[in-house]
Design a protein around this ligand. Structure first.
Ligand code: APR
Ligand code: PHB
Length: 392
């Protein structure tokens, strides 16, 4: 088989890239290790920056998002028994966020690709990449018990943090920058009407808690826990008790409780590789960088990468010029590090690193007091949260 761009991974990065290339008349084939059902049901985060929403709408994928997405004009920071609102409408006019689950985005992208004759091969295995530093890279893989090959002009490694793409790059060709955090998130989906219209980030002695939602009937909540937390030690009653405690405020607000439909632990780390390219292989999304979920940036950053890549590939196929492709890594990394900074900052301000460190605890409270009390500091948080402008 032959195609112009071989894409490994049907996550937000791979599917959006295939969609954008299609709109430029560029062919691509997407290879995905899991089944379509698994990809469409995998519970992940769901906060979309303004630029991500605009791109979905501009490229014809806005219908369901507009109908079912929950628009938010702000978030709340809760500490010292009070909630404080960060008002996006006031601080970043015209730019807000939309809550729309990642798997819904994937459903829309997969449907759009298949409706326009796009090739997505699910349930493949043994993917390997060859000839990365040649003008004719090849992907080998197994599907339906057969060995297959795809001859490509370019490869896009959109296969996440545990994929094959990054590890196909010779050791030493990439520099790795990493920060791990001494905690994780225990996340739940609950069948309960959201008691707040906007996400609430709560700082508490016991640890961080996040209140979010998925629909008028489904609430999404997270608790700071140990990296190796045993879910069996967390019966529903203990989860609700911890959420009540950490979100408690003097006005008596509390999340509405209900049956817990799903629970899971999400690790917390910051990770970047440089450069995001090796020969004709371009890394995008979690294959090149991981952010802790505190800033809700992972999916948005993955989509920002492939906008830059699609633009570079479109220029190459239109004019043969490679300068945008040659700048791909540098262009993406400027944004990646700004988003890393914001996600690290939100994580550092809101989580308990050491339960005994009173100085750190009071420093965090002072930072929260400053951020919510200063217009300049609130605006800085808001403009990062709704998404920095695409500066390519
Ligand atoms: N062969 C084929 N497919 C693979 C392979 C492989 N060897 N390894 C991984 N994949 C697939 C995974 O099954 C997954 O569907 O690649 C896809 C990668 O998707 P994501 O992990 O979602 O990565 P990305 O598209 O970069 O999106 C990043 O997704 O996970 C969230 O929090 C993350 O928000 C971030 C966003
Ligand atoms: C979510 O709704 O899943 C969510 C919201 C905000 C975050 C992370 C996740 O920072």
């Amino acid at each position: 088989m032959r195609t112009q761009v071989g894409i490994i991974g049907a996550g937000p990065a791979g599917l959006m890239l295939s969609h954008l290339l299609h709109l430029e008349g560029i062919e691509s084939v997407v290879l995905e290790a899991h089944t379509r059902q698994y990809v469409e049901e995998r519970v992940r985060a769901g906060v979309l920056e303004q630029a991500t929403v605009d791109l979905m709408v501009e490229t014809g994928l806005g219908a369901r998002l507009k109908q079912e997405g929950l628009l938010h004009n702000g978030i709340k920071l809760s500490f010292g028994g009070c909630r404080h609102r960060i008002d996006f409408r006031d601080l970043t006019p015209g730019r807000t966020i939309t809550v729309y689950a990642q798997q819904e985005i994937l459903k829309d992208l997969i449907q759009a690709r298949l409706d326009s004759g796009g090739q997505i091969h699910f349930d493949v295995s043994a993917v390997s990449l060859h000839g990365l530093d040649t003008a004719a890279p090849v992907i080998r893989y197994r599907a339906g018990g057969d060995s297959r090959e795809i001859h490509c002009d370019f490869l896009a490694g959109c296969d996440g943090s545990h994929g094959v793409s990054r590890t196909s790059i010779p050791a030493g060709a990439l520099a790795v920058f990493e920060r791990t955090y001494p905690f994780a998130w225990l996340g739940i989906l609950a069948e309960a009407p959201p008691a707040s219209e906007e996400p609430i980030y709560s700082h508490h002695q016991q640890g961080f808690a996040l209140f979010s939602m998925r629909s008028p009937k489904i609430t999404r909540l997270y608790l700071q826990c140990a990296p190796d937390e045993d879910l069996d030690q967390w019966p529903d009653s203990r989860i609700w008790e911890a959420l009540r405690t950490r979100h408690a405020t003097s006005d008596g607000w509390r999340p509405v409780e209900g049956p817990i439909l799903q629970k899971g632990i999400t690790g917390m780390r910051s990770f970047v590789v440089e450069p995001m390219q090796f020969g004709r292989l371009f890394l995008a999304g979690d294959a090149a960088h991981i952010v802790p979920p505190t800033g809700a940036k992972g999916m948005n950053l993955a989509i920002a990468d492939v906008r830059v890549l699609a633009r570079g590939l479109a220029e190459f196929y239109a004019s043969g010029r490679k300068d945008l492709l040659d700048q791909y890594s540098a262009t993406c990394l400027r944004r990646v590090w700004k988003v890393q900074r914001f996600s690290w900052w939100m994580t550092s301000m809101l989580h308990r690193f050491d339960a005994e460190d009173g100085f750190e605890y009071r420093r965090q409270l002072a930072e929260l007091d400053y951020v919510t009390g200063s217009r300049a500091a609130s605006m800085s948080l808001a403009e990062n949260y709704v998404g920095l402008p695409m500066d390519y």
